[in-house]
Ligand binder design. Structure first.
Ligand SMILES: [Zn+2]
Length: 137
């Protein structure tokens, strides 16, 4: 960590991590909680339209799909195993239809929420330029 980075951290007020992640989870700006975080399904707006906070520093990369697959996989596999116990005679085509549909819907619903929470996490911890400094390369 460089001297200038330490100065930025020492001077900057602490940000509420839980609040920022909750705001991001519901698609709102982690700073004000009012402006929309996304300008498209997974495209983060460059700035908050309400408070003007620069959101272009986010670097969620492939963490949102990874975390989404982790959550959805645990829910769906547990559901498939439980359903097999409860309805052992159900036709295979019906099981496939239900669980594939549920997997798709859960993934599509969770992906932007997980990404929003991660952007809130990065913002609250002043990562990747959210703290007024650029990443060292
Ligand atoms: Zn805002």
């Amino acid at each position: 960590m460089s001297q200038s980075t330490q100065t930025v951290f020492a001077a900057a007020p602490a940000r509420n991590l839980g609040q920022a992640m909750r705001r991001g989870f519901v698609g709102r700006c982690p700073n004000c909680g009012e402006g929309r975080l996304f300008r498209a399904y997974l495209k983060v707006a460059p700035r908050c339209p309400t408070c003007g906070e620069d959101l272009s520093h986010q670097r969620a990369d492939d963490a949102p799909p990874y975390i989404t697959m982790l959550i959805v996989g645990h829910v769906v596999v547990a559901g498939v195993l439980a359903a097999e116990d409860i309805f052992p005679q159900s036709p295979l085509w019906l099981d496939a239809l239900i669980w594939l549909w549920l997997t798709l819907m859960l993934s599509l619903a969770l992906l932007p929420r997980v990404k929003g929470a991660l952007v809130g996490y990065q913002w609250a911890l002043r990562m990747h330029g959210f703290g007024g400094h650029q990443d060292e390369t």
